[in-house]
Design a binder for this molecule. Structure first.
Ligand code: NAD
Length: 256
């Protein structure tokens, strides 16, 4: 379905981003990976699916590096047809103890990066008459949790940016939608499991169960594969007129 298209997925060396990159590759899209840490492992996992794979290590908190990444994608792949704004970090602390530099980093990486990548991707998508922008927000783009001020603010902002982008592009072939996961067991969430296990003297399994029981009626983690399926839907012809939605995959978290 996506043969001939190129998808750039930010923060795709791990977790949800890698799951989405693989799901889009399974549909035939060429993939540009981005993110830190091990690059060769994720690159090989995607290449195994038989598509062209590139990588750019832009730090998504730095607009100049985002611009360099978009230039790299255009030069090596011709155009970015699908932009998945997924890179994100988390920090947990009450407002009065929240380190200001962590606030700035979370807003830059989880919110401003999506603005910069989108503003640079939109002109070519409009010119081509087709494009997909998928913002990986969170259930925290719809509801709040204590101790996650910067994250909740960034994700609510990202849902807002999704709606505005969708409206501005409503008469074009370019859509913009958001994905709002609940708990997904990636390195980002494992850190929170570890913190809970340590604070409450629990085993890893007990801490995971407690995390789910506190928030997710389904008592299940959503998987990167399931989120990849939603990204594929947003790229499918069935979603041509799906614009500005924030679709939660959260085990019923936000329905409570
Ligand atoms: P993860 O830690 O497994 O992956 C994060 C990715 O972002 C990695 O590839 C990392 O290298 C990259 N990254 C971090 N900082 C970066 C930077 N400055 N520049 C470029 N890349 C950077 O986390 P994840 O759980 O897969 O999270 C991915 C997205 O999903 C995030 O936006 C997160 O907020 C969102 N999300 C996660 C969950 C969850 O439960 N895991 C739930 C809702 C939303």
């Amino acid at each position: 379905m996506l043969k001939g298209k190129t998808a750039l997925v930010t923060g795709s060396t791990s977790g949800i981003g890698l799951g989405i990159a693989k799901a889009l590759a399974q549909q035939g899209a060429s993939i540009v990976l981005n993110g830190f840490g091990d690059v060769e492992g994720p690159r090989a996992e995607v290449a195994k699916l038989g598509v062209k794979v590139g990588y750019h290590g832009a730090d998504m908190s730095k607009p100049a590096e985002i611009e360099a990444m978009m230039k790299y994608a255009a030069a090596e792949f011709g155009r970015v047809d699908i932009l998945v704004n997924n890179a994100g970090i988390q920090h947990v602390a009450p407002v009065e103890d929240f380190p200001p530099e962590k606030w700035d980093a979370i807003i830059a990486i989880n919110l401003s990066s999506a603005f910069h990548a989108s503003r640079l991707a939109i002109p070519a998508m409009k010119a081509a008459g087709w494009g997909r922008i998928i913002n990986v927000a969170s259930v925290h783009g719809l509801v709040a949790s204590a101790q996650k001020s910067a994250y909740v603010a960034a994700k609510h902002g990202l849902v807002g940016l999704t709606k505005v982008t969708a409206l501005e592009l409503a008469t074009t072939g370019v859509t913009c939608n958001a994905i709002c996961p609940g708990w997904v067991l990636t390195p980002l969430v494992q850190k929170q499991v570890d913190a809970k296990a340590e604070a409450m003297n629990l085993s890893n399994e007990e801490a995971k169960k407690l995390l789910l029981a506190e928030k997710e009626p389904s008592l299940q983690f959503t998987t990167p594969e399931e989120l990849g399926g939603l990204a594929v839907f947003f790229c499918s012809p069935a979603a041509n007129n799906t614009r500005g939605v924030a679709w939660n995959m959260d085990g019923g978290w936000a329905a409570q």
